[in-house]
Design a protein around this ligand. Sequence first.
Ligand code: SF4
Length: 306
Amino acid sequence: MEILVAKHAGFCFGVKKAIEIAEQTALKNKGKAYVYGQLVHNERVIKDLQKKGINFVENIDEIPDNEVTVLRAHGEPGTTYQRLKQKSILQGSNLYDATCPLVTLVHNVAIKLKNNGYEVIIFGKKNHPESIGTSYCIKGKDTFIAENPEDAVFIVEHIKKNDFKKAAIISQTTMSVSGYKQLIENVNKLSNSKFEQMHLSLNDVSKPFVFVDTICNPTKQRQYDTEEIAQKADIMIVIGGKNSSNSKELAAKSKELNVETYFIQSASQIRKEWFEGKQKIGVTAGASTPDVTISEVVDKIKFFAK
Ligand code: SF4
């Protein structure tokens, strides 16, 4: 039996940085700090940080005034900063922002497009904190979010109904590369106006209908590696948090290629019978999966292979 582990698997730099910020903040504050929302979408990482004294809250009201607070990697809407300010929790003082710079880049792209007259549409998950944060930069709750390539028909309807003269599509950083490509192809088939690619630098805002590739490179690397391994493997093990958007995309990519795929959170979920008669086992992991979890999964597969 051969085990093929994806070269790019597990923590991306944005997740590593967010964990570092949370750990250092708790250390500096004698083991006490609040994190608003899931810092990263991985249950094990969250539990480890809880042991170091970090309190995770889903509601800002649960954070007492003046308390040291860390914001997650996915980016926050401006309302979060405003509400924290009312609690005397401020940047440069007791607020530590772990927003990934690549998410901030998407916010800046969205704002610049909006300021140049574009109706900005997001390819993303409606309930994902990143899409919610980016939406706030544009039209808040009214931002149009397309969740899958089939939503192209609603994008075209939205543009026609409102008679938008300029429209731009951007993506959540962790969406599927092939899904985004398919969405644009579908929109272009259904619409009279052709959406053309605009460079991330937004150097030419004269074109009326554009899309910008805002899927981050670590997401792309994990998707490309997963695809490469899945093409060779008899079975794929995808490791990631249950709520991790980029991990779910890896599992979907592998299934798309008709490979028997198991999406797991830990080595304890692995079953011996999955590997019976299999020669090549592919292993990949989302950007919020710790290396130790990947090693445990590989060791368990090796144990079953004995
Ligand atoms: S997946 Fe991309 S955008 Fe998200 S934290 Fe990692 S590098 Fe940043």
